[in-house]
Design a protein around this ligand. Structure first.
Ligand code: AHG
Ligand code: MN
Ligand code: MN
Length: 339
């Protein structure tokens, strides 16, 4: 195992020696890390950078775009465009997939990202992050379009997120466990700080936006009621509750402490399967959590096995400690059978 303090670059080279990574993958991951250093700087400048507030338009998701959403998106697009690792990218902030002209014919990577997650909290100095996923470009495709990105989560080659909190942390999987690196501002290097993260099997907290309770399905309402009733209710044990409103922060906390994060379907927009995006949010987080020994479900199936049919597809998200997610899944499946 790598020692605490190992640089990300050395870690990737050593990982390559133990479990050979695909050609160019280490360099592609490094592109993401490099971009995140710039985003961390922009986030860290706060309102001094002139990037607080809204752009004044909605993105393709129909959500208000913040200036920092747009700035982080530009940084990531720049990083992918001016590197020979990528043939295409898809972003939560872009209407369509973008193909990249690259001079290295052997480069086969597709970059998929949520440039700034949790951006509704940014003006209040909340924790935000970047989520990314790396896919293989289908053989014989040189200008990838939307359909080429519609790959199941099981096809991801790497995934990660950066959390811009009191410290900037990058959490990464290439399918061989999960490791986290903390950005050392003095050297500008990501240094290994949390090797081989294992999420506790049992949850000690739940994290959900409680204000949506009246819109949830009865099975989710009943489950969360049980969590709230704690040792006085059906399950006979107390759980804590935290909700930052930024998935990167909420998921990182439960990875370390044990817990469950839910953003289920709700009836505000009944035809929408959930709020979170399958390709930019659910799949990378599901890959990371499964690699850390956790579980990631829609309630009825493994998130990683959902077959995407469109780029900006949404998905219900129930992720975290294995035993707790399995418990919710059982209840959802029983409710589906009974209906
Ligand atoms: P984004 O900022 O990329 O649009 O994502 C926000 C997501 C996620 O980070 C968070 O868990 C959730 O939306 C919060 O939504 P609510 O404000 O509806 O709770
Ligand atoms: Mn997001
Ligand atoms: Mn976002």
């Amino acid at each position: 195992m790598n020692a605490i303090g190992t640089t990300l670059r050395r870690f990737l080279l050593e990982q390559h020696a133990a479990n050979p990574l695909q050609k160019g993958l280490a360099s592609a991951i490094d592109d993401m890390a490099q971009a995140s250093r710039k985003i961390a700087y922009l986030v860290n400048r706060g309102s001094l950078g002139g990037l607080h507030g809204a752009v004044g338009q909605e993105n393709i998701q129909g959500e208000e775009q913040k200036k920092l959403d747009a700035a982080a998106n530009d940084v990531l697009i720049d990083a992918a465009t001016w590197s020979d690792n990528w043939v295409g990218l898809a972003s939560e902030e872009e209407d369509h997939a973008v193909s990249i002209r690259c001079t290295d014919a052997s480069a086969r990577w597709l970059s998929v990202f949520d440039p700034l997650d949790g951006s509704s909290t940014i003006d209040a100095n909340g924790c935000v992050g970047t989520i990314f996923s790396i896919l293989r470009c289908p053989e014989s495709v040189s200008k990838p379009g939307n359909d080429d990105f519609c790959q199941s989560g099981t096809e991801q080659v790497a995934a990660g997120f950066m959390l811009y909190g009191p410290a900037t942390v990058m959490v990464l999987t290439t399918g061989h466990g999960v490791d986290a690196f903390t950005l050392d501002n003095a050297s500008g290097e990501y240094l290994l700080s949390h090797p081989d993260i294992q999420i506790p099997e049992n949850a000690s907290e739940f994290t959900i936006n409680m204000s949506n309770r009246r819109y949830w399905s009865p099975v989710i309402q009943a489950y969360i009621d049980d969590c709230m009733h704690g040792r006085d209710g059906n399950r006979g044990r107390d759980m804590g509750m935290r909700y930052v409103g930024s998935m990167v922060a909420d998921v990182y906390r439960i990875m370390l402490n044990g817990g469950i994060f839910l953003y289920p379907w709700d009836s505000r927009v009944p035809e929408r399967p959930g709020k979170l995006r399958l390709l930019y949010e659910a799949n990378p987080m599901a890959f990371i959590l499964e690699q850390a020994g956790g579980r990631a479900s829609t309630g009825n199936q493994r998130i990683l096995e959902v077959k995407p049919t469109s780029l900006h597809q949404r998905c219900p998200v129930i992720v975290g400690s294995k035993n707790e997610v399995e418990h919710v899944e059982k209840r959802c499946k029983a409710a589906a059978r009974a209906s």
